[in-house]
Design a protein around this ligand. Structure first.
Ligand code: MF3
Ligand code: CO
Ligand code: CO
Length: 263
């Protein structure tokens, strides 16, 4: 995996800020009645014409849209289209931009109108599990720390951790090794973090079973096997000398710093 030098880190910061800024920009548009396709159009226009950046998703292995928008029981890779948002929906918007050859990948949940207590708890669980994982990232630790932190948070809330999709190395390519597992595992025990590594953490937390199904017609959309809702948050980070730096932090995230000192 790539070890980033200072110039590469600066490019990661730029790409990450742009990806975060897309989520900040789209927030007021995520309301009942809008279609996911309209949201995608607004984001693509912003990425191309305001940011002068590239959507990493558009055309990626044939993916047809600029972003992923995953509503309720959709776990990830929801394809924007004619679907209208309704009061009570929970919506993940996942944005990946390329700027100057480097990638920023991030997602968050939006709640439309009044959302059930259980769905609110699910979104909070996904966010907090990501935040707690960010607190244990530092040089010298094995990447198993991610699953060691996230799994018990989901367990305690009565939710489950998706096993079929993982975080990933990211820098000048979208998805590289390692596969950052969010559930408790032993596979990653020999993957020891070093300064300058960059990867995503992006826990998908399901209200019911962790099992997922891929839509056979479009080959992309992943739903929960039991149709219960799913929530996800994602950040891109760089391992520093004493913790990690989040490249995709949004201004609204006043409860986390951009730079974690975890030693
Ligand atoms: N952004 C997603 C991730 O977090 C990947 C989306 S790939 C796409 O890794 F082709 F579906 F857009
Ligand atoms: Co990702
Ligand atoms: Co993503």
């Amino acid at each position: 995996m790539e070890i980033l030098d200072e110039a590469a880190k600066e490019k990661m910061r730029t790409a990450g800020r742009l990806a975060a800024e897309v989520l900040e920009m789209i927030a007021p548009h995520v309301v009942a009645g809008v279609t996911t396709g309209e949201l995608d159009d607004i984001m693509l226009d912003h990425i191309q014409n305001q940011q002068h950046a590239i959507s990493a998703c558009l055309g990626y292995h044939g993916y047809p849209k600029a972003t992923c928008i995953s509503v309720n029981e959709v776990v990830c890779h929801g394809i924007p289209g004619i679907q209208h948002l309704h009061n009570g929906d929970i919506v993940n918007v996942d944005v990946t931009v390329i700027k100057d050859g480097y990638y920023g990948d991030t997602s968050k949940m939006f709640m439309v109108g009044e959302v059930s207590l259980r769905s609110r708890q699910l979104c909070r669980c996904a966010r907090e599990s990501l935040y707690q994982a960010l607190r244990v990232i530092r040089p010298g630790v094995p990447l198993t720390v991610v699953g060691d932190v996230i799994q018990p948070i989901a367990d305690k809330a009565g939710f489950s951790v998706v096993r079929d999709y993982c975080g990933h190395g990211i820098a000048t390519e979208f998805h590289t090794e390692p596969c950052v597992l969010h559930y408790r595992n032993t596979q990653l025990k020999n993957f020891i973090l070093k300064p300058g590594m960059s990867f995503t953490i992006e826990p998908m937390i399901n209200a019911g079973t962790w099992k997922c199904k891929v839509n056979k017609k479009n080959g992309w959309t992943v739903t929960t096997a039991d149709k219960q809702p799913s929530a996800q948050y994602e950040h891109t980070l760089i391992v520093t000398d004493d913790g990690c730096e989040i490249t995709t932090r949004r201004e609204e995230e006043t409860d986390i710093p951009s730079v974690f000192h975890n030693m």
